[in-house]
Design a protein around this ligand. Structure first.
Ligand code: 13P
Length: 370
């Protein structure tokens, strides 16, 4: 009532002034100072690539461990970090029988994009023959974020366009940029904004160069916090990330997301069932992710293979607006690494003699892990 009176007395012209006011208020052309941004020349191809990677029943094999991280994986089974051993291991992964039935995309480290398998065939060709889209890790890793609470930021924007143009020529069709947010260390406003802006710049540059960007702000599992706190932080992180992507004119139908699942911290006294993880994670996605995004491909983040699988399964019990699947590294490779081949089992040091590995040995993802 008060506002109606206000409107009547302050803003509406008196009846006797209608004619005059109509002249004064004659519609004027509205000038909005905006530059029309041209779409990526690859727009159609990006949508097609994203849909192929997000195809039913399949997910991504993340095998983009840097040479240093690959060395740690090899060391865990007593192997030296030589190029020949990395090649043999990666050959084993890409030649697994029936791989293309379950895997739609494989994220490679730069060395692997140009690498041949042990039999001399290019690894990208082996993937393509199985209907698997080759992707490439393009970030340059994490470094300390000055001015923050011991948090980090992700490098790699300098020269990114030129690198991505070369990766496209070499057969890559999607890219990955992983940055992290730590709950025990904050996260500070600065760290979240920096993570979001870096991801958005990377996503825009990738689309400009024909690569579908996988957007991965990993919320680290480390910490004693409960699931509610993870949910709260994840909402903030994804809000900032989508805001920054919109500001950078990123085409949402030509991206893929790689979120962490919403779980309690790895050191929390609370444990969540797969149904609880699914409930919180889907609630997060519905609140923050537009349905135009074709695929949500979760990282495993240090969960065991069984945990990661059960949680993902629980998320797919009903229909979702996006393809909800996996982009696991450890939750696909851990058993594969540990399973002895027939020749290894007959070697002098039996695999059972190796010290047992702690279940969450990789949950802490600091600057050196990828
Ligand atoms: P994990 O599945 O081991 O967390 O790795 C995900 C990842 O970022 C690799 O690309």
């Amino acid at each position: 009532m008060a506002s109606a009176t206000l409107l009547k007395s302050s803003f509406l012209p008196k009846k006797s002034e209608w004619g005059a006011s109509r002249q004064v208020a004659a519609p004027r052309p509205v000038t909005v100072s905006m530059v029309v941004v041209r779409a990526s020349a690859y727009a159609d191809e990006l949508v097609k690539t994203a849909k192929t990677v997000a195809s039913p029943g399949r997910g991504i094999l993340a095998m983009d461990e840097s040479n240093a991280t690959c060395g740690k994986r090899l060391a865990s089974i007593g192997l030296e970090n030589t190029e020949a051993n990395r090649q043999a291991y990666r050959t084993l992964l890409v030649t697994a029988p029936g791989l293309g039935q379950y895997i739609s995309g494989a994220i490679l480290f730069e060395e692997t994009l140009y690498q041949s398998a042990v039999d001399g065939r290019k690894i990208v060709d082996i993937l393509a023959e199985q209907g698997i889209v080759p992707g490439i890790k393009v970030d340059k890793g994490l470094v300390p974020l000055a001015g923050s609470n011991n948090e980090s930021w992700c490098q790699g924007l300098d020269g990114l366009a030129a690198r991505e143009a070369a990766y496209y020529q070499a057969g890559a069709r999607f890219a990955k940029w992983r940055t992290v947010v730590s709950i025990p260390n904050g996260p500070s406003e600065l760290a979240v904004k920096e993570a979001a802006w870096g991801l958005a710049r990377y996503a825009a540059i990738s689309q400009d160069n024909g690569l579908v960007p996988i957007v991965e702000p990993e919320i680290l599992l480390d910490g004693e916090h409960g699931i509610e706190r993870t949910f709260e932080v994840a909402q903030k992180v994804w809000a900032e990330t989508f805001y920054a992507m919109a500001e950078n004119n990123v085409m949402f139908e030509g991206i893929l997301l790689k979120p962490s699942m919403v779980t309690p911290g790895a050191e929390s006294k609370d444990k969540a069932t797969p149904e609880q993880v699914a409930e919180y994670t889907l609630k997060l996605l519905h609140r923050r992710i537009p349905p135009s995004v074709p695929g949500i491909m979760f990282l495993s983040g240090g969960q065991s293979e069984v945990e990661a699988t059960q949680n993902l399964n629980a998320m797919n019990q009903g229909a979702n607006p996006w393809h909800v699947s996996f982009s696991y590294a450890r939750a696909l490779q851990n058993t594969c690494l540990k399973t002895p081949t027939p020749s290894r089992s007959s070697a002098s040091t039996p695999p059972t003699a190796r010290p047992p590995r702690p279940r969450r040995e990789c949950s802490s993802r600091t600057t050196a892990t990828k």
